[in-house]
Design a protein around this ligand. Structure first.
Ligand SMILES: C[S@@+](CC[C@H](N)C(=O)[O-])C[C@H]1O[C@@H](n2cnc3c(N)ncnc32)[C@H](O)[C@@H]1O
Length: 384
């Protein structure tokens, strides 16, 4: 397998650049990549029409980039928060709909108190918001529930969940939510109004009204798509780093559904990149070897990735390529070359693979320092 280095690409592997891009920045998704990853893949493959698929679409970076390039796009994510963000960012909104959003904005100062109850699996939401902000979130949540137009309702809901970190006294610290009592929380209604004004402005000045990508909740290990239905795949699965998205985005999920059990339910369906139970040795892909048997999270992770790779190969058009962004990991002191293992699995499954290293850094895993890299793995489905 070929391995090359292009350290120019690394800066596109994080959400940093998206933070300044209209529409892309409607929902802060730390785990997202920048649109330039998608543009790089399209340029390399000389794709100017056809269908782009992202089976782990997150906040919709691939979908929105494809839409802006007039390509058809299909995306799946297991998390309803990610699906909401992707769908809302990729929709077309006409003038009447924008007017209706503006009307809701004007009603915000006068919204009544809510009688909703909001519970979250890990702790009471009351513990991480000033009282007036907690009440403000629920009053907005209830008003949004009464909006009839489903498209507008979804946009307002995204605006609401997107301000949760701003109006709370917690920070997202790696994979956990940590209370930080010194943090200044912005008043809920003010944060919501600012967010909605920005969204309206982006829609009026920056939106491209072309074919709307199809984004659904779905499992990358079992895609509801016909064989050979995607011309290019650009994606990034969860990293092997014990980050549980249903915890990091648990407040957003539970406010969306007003249901305490939603986080547990989505966790059960997610790719197993965090603590898991033992799995039979025969389910550990052969490339992974002993580490996958001794450390269950490693075995489970690669077993799930193998299923996703099989689906990628099945739905990819002959001659098409998948660009997959991934980082290597250190798990309980074991250095795992995730990129090489994925590339080897892809070859066993009948795809040609190549690794392009985009970023290199040193991880301080006491008492050692370990070189960690992030790469794009290009997997190609040939006609042979
Ligand atoms: C690294 S993020 C993708 C970020 C995306 N590239 C972006 O720019 O927003 C990985 C995503 O995989 C999703 N995920 C986890 N398990 C999944 C599964 N079984 N099927 C589909 N998506 C899954 C997570 O919810 C998360 O949004």
């Amino acid at each position: 397998m070929k391995l090359t280095t292009n350290l120019e690409l690394g800066k596109y592997f994080t959400f940093e650049l998206s933070k300044d891009l209209p529409i892309h920045n409607w929902f802060f998704y730390k785990e997202g990549f920048a649109p330039q990853v998608v543009e790089y893949a399209l340029t390399q493959e000389k794709i100017t029409n056809g269908t782009l698929l992202d089976p782990f679409c997150g906040c919709g970076t691939s979908m929105l980039t494809a839409k802006n390039h007039n390509l058809r796009a299909i995306g799946f994510d297991i998390s309803p928060v990610a699906v909401l963000a992707s769908q809302v960012k990729c929709e077309n909104y006409d003038k009447n709909e924008i007017d209706e959003i503006r009307k809701f904005l004007l009603s915000v100062p006068n919204l009544p108190e809510s009688n909703y109850d909001w519970q979250f699996e890990l702790f009471s939401p009351r513990a991480v918001f000033p009282k007036s902000n907690h009440n403000g979130l629920l009053s907005l949540r209830q008003a949004i529930a009464n909006v009839e137009n489903e498209k507008i309702k979804a946009l307002l809901l995204l605006a609401l969940v997107s301000i949760i970190p701003q109006v709370g006294i917690f920070i997202k610290d790696g994979g956990v939510l940590r209370i930080d009592k010194r943090k200044m929380a912005m008043p809920t209604k003010e944060a919501f109004r600012r967010k909605l004004k920005k969204m309206i402005n982006d829609l009026e000045t920056r939106a491209v009204n072309s074919e709307v990508p199809k984004v659904s909740q779905g499992d990358a290990r079992n895609l509801p798509l016909a064989d050979n239905s995607a011309d290019i795949i650009v994606t990034s699965p969860p990293y092997l780093n014990n980050v549980d998205y249903t915890k990091v985005y648990g407040l957003e999920l539970s406010l969306m559904f007003l249901d305490k059990s939603i986080t547990k339910q989505v966790r059960g369906e997610s790719l197993r990149s965090f603590i898991t139970s033992n799995l039979p040795p025969e389910n550990v892909p052969p490339e992974v070897g002993d580490a996958g048997i001794k450390v269950p999270v490693i075995g489970n992770y690669f077993s799930d990735l193998e299923k996703s790779l099989m689906e990628i190969k099945r739905v990819l058009n002959t001659g098409g390529a998948c660009y997959l962004v991934i980082g290597n990991s250190v798990v309980y002191g074991l250095q795992i070359f995730v990129d090489e293992l994925i590339a080897e699995m892809a070859e066993r499954l009948g795809m040609q693979s190549e690794i392009i290293v985009g970023a290199e850094r040193v991880a301080d895993v006491k008492p050692r320092r370990v070189n960690i890299r992030e790469s794009i793995i290009v997997m190609r489905k040939s006609g042979l």
